[in-house]
Ligand binder design. Structure first.
Ligand SMILES: Nc1ncnc2c1ncn2[C@@H]1O[C@H](COP(=O)(O)OP(=O)(O)O)[C@@H](O)[C@H]1O
Ligand SMILES: N[C@@H](CCC(=O)OP(=O)(O)O)C(=O)O
Length: 374
């Protein structure tokens, strides 16, 4: 049976749109095309699918606004163009979603934000809150503080990291080709499009080795790598032509367009493996019997009220071990509070967190998505 059914079942998606598509061959943003993607995404969101957009195009739009016809070589000039262009980029997304009465939000991220545990949880909470409010987040690299993306033109990786961050079911990469071909179709007219593969398939590397288009710079290599990264949290990736009529809607209907790259394992198994790989725990939470029962039954978060005592020094986002009153390990997970804060709210009801700490970041001590039962 075709794996395309996965697209029909997806509840949370990241849609990444590259510079090659967004920018009308370098002449500013292609507002008409952007409007058509917004129509399809707005329909998905109304049908209950959560969508985060990773949008490139700031450098190209900035160049157009500044009247530059040649892409500058100097990094600071590229960064300046990105800062100018980002304004136009988010204005355009906002105006297009407004036609559907949908709010958008600008999120600028760096790779470091996503590898630092604390910032990872902060970014994750913000994105989750936005999705809960029915807002469509528009993500781009924060080109003012880092230069990796504009140097390598690789928002594909950012798309995959966001898919990991929000535990998306899938990553849809819209590009200027119909999909991934067995060789670069620009240089090889006989190239054949790949329909479905495992993201880990090593044959994909040779296929993608052909370089990039004129505006985008990552090419298919970064897309294949992004598919492998996305697969780490169990997400599938589709590489598909953004100019195909109704591409997003047709994918959603399970139609076989573009190239589907599949993870080895499902979302939950992948997540557990990812958590299990963080072997080093920084602290220990002793739980009361009620909390142990609830966690062992599965599918529940750990609330502060079920925590009897805490040992160790840790920061928000670090891995801690949860044990029962005999010291037997029950679970491991990424904790939402620093050790001192966790001690202050342990044993208390979540509605008292604000009173005790003066703020609340999460009702849970450890969210169920960040926990693995051992
Ligand atoms: N095997 C391949 N299949 C499809 N496209 C390929 C392949 N190898 C290289 N490419 C090139 O990758 C380009 C798309 O990547 P890129 O220019 O980085 O776009 P984007 O801005 O969408 O990320 C295509 O225009 C194509 O020339
Ligand atoms: N962040 C920059 C560069 C990102 C970039 O070029 O990525 P992509 O075209 O998707 O491979 C921009 O928005 O122009």
């Amino acid at each position: 049976m075709s794996k395309r059914i996965q697209l029909r079942q997806a509840r949370r998606l990241v849609v990444k749109i590259g510079s090659a598509l967004l920018t009308n061959d370098g002449r500013g943003l292609d507002v008409a095309a952007l409007g058509l993607w917004v129509d399809q995404i707005a329909e998905l969101v109304s049908a209950g699918v959560e969508v985060v957009i990773v949008s490139s195009g700031s450098v190209a739009e900035g160049m157009s606004r500044l009247g530059w016809t040649v892409r500058p070589e100097q990094l600071h000039e590229l960064q300046a163009a990105a800062a100018v262009g980002q304004m136009g980029l988010v204005q355009t997304w906002e105006a297009q979603f407004k036609r559907h009465n949908r709010h958008t939000a600008q999120i600028l991220l760096t790779h470091d934000d996503l590898s630092d545990r604390k910032r990872y949880l902060n970014a994750r909470s913000t994105l989750r809150a936005l999705l809960d409010f029915g807002v469509v987040p528009i993500v781009n690299e924060n080109d003012t503080v880092v230069t990796d993306e504009i140097r390598f033109g690789d928002n594909d990786t950012l798309g995959a990291l966001v898919a990991n961050l929000i535990e998306a079911d899938g990553l849809i990469i819209l590009t200027d080709q119909l999909g991934l071909f067995d060789k670069d179709p620009r240089k090889n007219p006989d190239a054949q499009m790949v329909d479905e593969r495992r993201a880990s398939d090593s044959e994909l590397d040779a296929m993608a080795a052909g370089g990039a288009g004129v505006l985008g710079r990552g090419g298919m290599q970064t897309k294949v790598r992004a598919a492998r990264l996305a697969a780490r949290s169990g997400a599938f990736t589709v590489i598909v032509g953004g100019r195909i009529e109704n591409a997003i809607a047709r994918l959603r209907d399970g139609e076989s367009i573009g190239t589907l790259l599949l993870p080895e394992q499902g979302r939950i198994a992948a997540r557990k493996q990812w958590l299990a790989s963080h072997l080093q725990t920084r602290g220990k939470l002793t739980l009361d019997q009620g909390a142990v029962n609830v966690l062992c039954r599965g599918g529940r978060s750990l609330l502060p009220v079920g925590v009897k005592s805490i040992s160790g020094q840790f920061r928000r986002g670090e891995m801690v071990s949860c044990v029962d009153e005999t010291g037997k390990e029950i679970a491991r997970g990424l904790i939402n509070y620093d050790a001192d804060e966790a001690r202050a709210i342990a044993g208390r009801s979540s509605d008292r967190i604000t009173e005790v700490l003066g703020y609340i970041s999460d009702e849970e001590m450890i969210h169920r998505d960040n926990m693995v039962i051992v």
